[in-house]
Write a protein that binds this ligand. Structure first.
Ligand code: ATP
Ligand code: MG
Length: 242
């Protein structure tokens, strides 16, 4: 199986000598959805940020398509084909939809206008509202704008941090379904989700983090029927570190 992203033994955090992630490892395969779940504060966003170079890793490695990209400069990620969709504030609300997309296409050179057209073709509701401010969009449309901004760099790997948070069930399903469409096109998706059941139905592989450590991982279909997964989420219990 072709392995796109390999994270090995990552130790990372915000304050020196106080790591949030302690020896976290995972891999994500090309064209597959790999989902990370876990209780609030487990370190899911921190893991995505460590891969993106937004939080320094003091130990461990991040390897992408065989190249060591541990602690990249965040602005290098686009060039490496990696797009990151943050959990919050993932669009510029005061700019129009078109301006948001133009901003991420600013380095695309002469290809920019054609790429903008393609994105509008892919997301007709965004094309219709392109002169409106992003802040006026519904939550679901805003997530689609964030996805379109990620796609502007033609990524091979998209890191998505809770794209369905705060959305109506219908909008959440549409957003997650789009992740599936992208995976089918060969994009590798690393997805953090609180919407556990839906994410497990959609994903190929799942990692559970708790207290900044790997707990369980396995095929998503297996974890969907695992009583421990239900226990963590239904009771909000944390598992003892291994
Ligand atoms: N900017 C920050 N500075 C210091 N500590 C932080 C910062 N961001 C997060 N943390 C801490 O790191 C730990 C992990 O947070 P993180 O945001 O990665 O969790 P999460 O699993 O994404 O949680 P959630 O499900 O609530 O999004 C928490 O204890 C949190 O308080
Ligand atoms: Mg988070």
């Amino acid at each position: 199986m072709s392995e796109t992203l390999q994270v090995s033994g990552i130790v990372a955090g915000y304050i020196p000598d106080l790591p949030v992630l302690r020896d976290v490892s995972l891999s994500a395969q090309k064209g597959k959805i790999t989902v990370i779940i876990g209780p609030n504060g487990a370190g899911k966003s921190t893991l995505i940020k460590a891969v993106s170079g937004l939080v320094p890793a003091t130990e461990g490695h991040v390897v992408l398509n065989g190249a060591n990209i541990t602690n990249p400069r965040p602005d290098q990620m686009g060039g490496l084909g990696v797009a990151y969709i943050p959990q919050t504030d993932n669009v510029f609300r005061s700019l129009t939809i078109r301006q948001n997309l133009e901003l991420v296409l600013r380095n695309a050179g002469p290809e920019g206008p054609a790429r903008l057209d393609r994105l509008f073709q892919q997301f007709p509701p965004l094309a219709q509202k392109q002169r409106e401010r992003a802040g006026s969009l519904s939550g679901g449309q805003r997530q689609f704008l964030a996805i379109a901004m990620a796609l502007a760099i033609d990524p091979s790997l998209i890191l998505m941090d809770e794209p369905s948070a705060g959305l109506s069930p219908k909008a959440a399903e549409e957003v997650l379904e789009h992740a599936h469409v992208l995976a089918q096109r060969g994009v590798t998706i690393l997805l953090v989700e609180q919407n556990v059941k839906q994410a497990l139905r959609l994903a190929d592989h799942c990692y559970i983090l708790a207290d900044g450590r790997n707990q369980i991982d396995g095929p998503a279909a297996d974890l969907l029927s695992d009583p421990v997964v239900g226990q963590i989420y239904l009771g909000g219990k944390r598992m003892a570190p291994t």
